[in-house]
Ligand binder design. Sequence first.
Ligand code: UDP
Length: 381
Amino acid sequence: MSAHYTVIGAGLAGATAARLLADSGNNVLVLEKLPHVGGSVYDEKDGSGVLVHRYGPHIFHTSDKEVYSFLRRFTEFNGYTHRVAAMIDGRYVPVPFNKNSIVKAFGSEKGAKMISEAEKLETFPAVSVLTLIGSQSDLLKELGEYVYKNIFLYYTTKQWGKAPSEIDPATTARVPVRFTDDDRYFTDCFQGLPSDGYTEMVKRMLESERITVRLGVEAEVTIRDNRIFVSGRPVEGKLIYTGETDRLFGYRFGRLPYRTLDFEFETLNEDSYQPYATVNYTVSENFTRITEFKKMTLQKTDGVTSIMKEYSREFTGNEGEIPFYPVITDESREIYSEYLALSRNIPGLMLAGRLADYKYYNMDAVVRRVMDVLSADTKGE
Ligand code: UDP
């Protein structure tokens, strides 16, 4: 039976929700405050015709076959495999730190000893830097401290305003030390960028006679007496909210902390700026990383290239600032769980996405989460 749904936000979460709902025969109204779809995966051609990611580099990767086949309905992927280097004293060092980097830094004999020590660890061959530092082995401690100092300390301090030991350990564990030759940033079986860009992919996801998208609509969602209102009117049917959950509830339990980013774009009249799509500045500079887009989009742009520097800072909620990264701490988890408990009392309200779930999701996890939320709703869970 067809029902009516409202989706707040036309990013990856919102577009996935709208599409899945439309596929099951529902009518969906999508409200987006920005003048474009895509949310933070939005990409567009800049003044020189180079496709750039306006809200930071996005590299799709997944081992979730269902997520991958779903997105493949709307796009091909370009087969790009992400490789990253850290710029350390004028040299490019592959990140994650791998077997080759270990041997380069410590020599083959000591390197081999480190590797055989690491074999005893539970997550071998990928081990987080904090595990290495906390290890009983002097050799692994030494390796951990080296990687901590050269790869993690300064970058993390710029990115989060705190040392690696003070942030959620899951965050630094995203980039483990890898005791293999594998120099890929991600080890998932499917990876790449949508061949025509993310915006195009999201547009196609939203192309359905059952989906109406309204852009540039500042839809104020409010909750009164456990009922949902959109811009003062009671909502018809159910609502999927992909924005910030603290904002939805009028910040009544306090603000959830986020990091925001400032981006500095530059177009250069040269074929190539750097040997990798992304170079992390782990021991110098105020920006965290430089991304050269054509190296990941695989766009041919002779004699021209566009790069972007990222600067991270605390999100204050001021006009024009965008919350990008949830700052996960015991305290922010506690605040979020209060909002979540409230949301569960509201009939017809579903939260999904990086902002609404307050989770450091990769793109595939966003799609997976929306699939799970909608299927739980269908089953009446
Ligand atoms: N990190 C680091 N140095 C690096 C790469 C990552 O310190 O060269 C840390 C940093 O704290 C970062 C986290 O690991 O925020 C996760 O990195 P990832 O590349 O997954 O971040 P994202 O691309 O999501 O910003």
